[in-house]
Write a protein that binds this ligand. Structure first.
Ligand SMILES: [Fe+2]
Length: 132
């Protein structure tokens, strides 16, 4: 399995387009073979989105693998490759979401897949939080 490096950059914004000054970002994902670290912190990480300017984040990771979710004996069903993200900030509703990848072979059959959350080739992705 090739470990393809991935860099994500972007901002955390409010629905009116203003940077959220301080947001906690939690990321977790499968490894390139589609396996989660259920006991440790591998491929899991948190950061505060304000390190490089108001509301910005930068994540260095690997492209996650897809993984099978069907039970043995049932027809095969897979999750397409995805990164889980939870963004929380004081005064805003917590956002829990997933990011996807162009051309993943399982995008078309994954019940959670949403083309609006496919990472562009630039790796730039902004998250938008709703005020409470
Ligand atoms: Fe997952």
């Amino acid at each position: 399995v090739t470990e393809n490096l991935l860099e994500l950059n972007g901002r955390v914004l409010s629905t009116d387009g203003q940077p959220v000054e301080v947001a906690l970002m939690e990321f977790w994902q499968a490894d390139p073979e589609g396996v989660y670290d259920e006991h440790g912190t591998r491929h899991r990480g948190n950061q505060i989105a304000d390190a490089n300017g108001p509301g910005t984040y930068r994540l260095l990771t690997f492209v996650p693998g897809d993984y099978k979710i069907s039970e043995p004996g049932q027809p095969d069903e897979f999750r397409c490759a995805h990164i889980h993200v939870k963004v929380s900030a004081s005064g805003f509703k917590t956002l829990t979401t997933q990011l996807y990848f162009l051309n993943d072979p399982h995008n078309g059959t994954d019940r959670w897949f949403d083309p609006r959350r496919v990472l562009p080739p630039s790796g730039m992705f902004d998250f938008v939080l709703e005020r409470v």
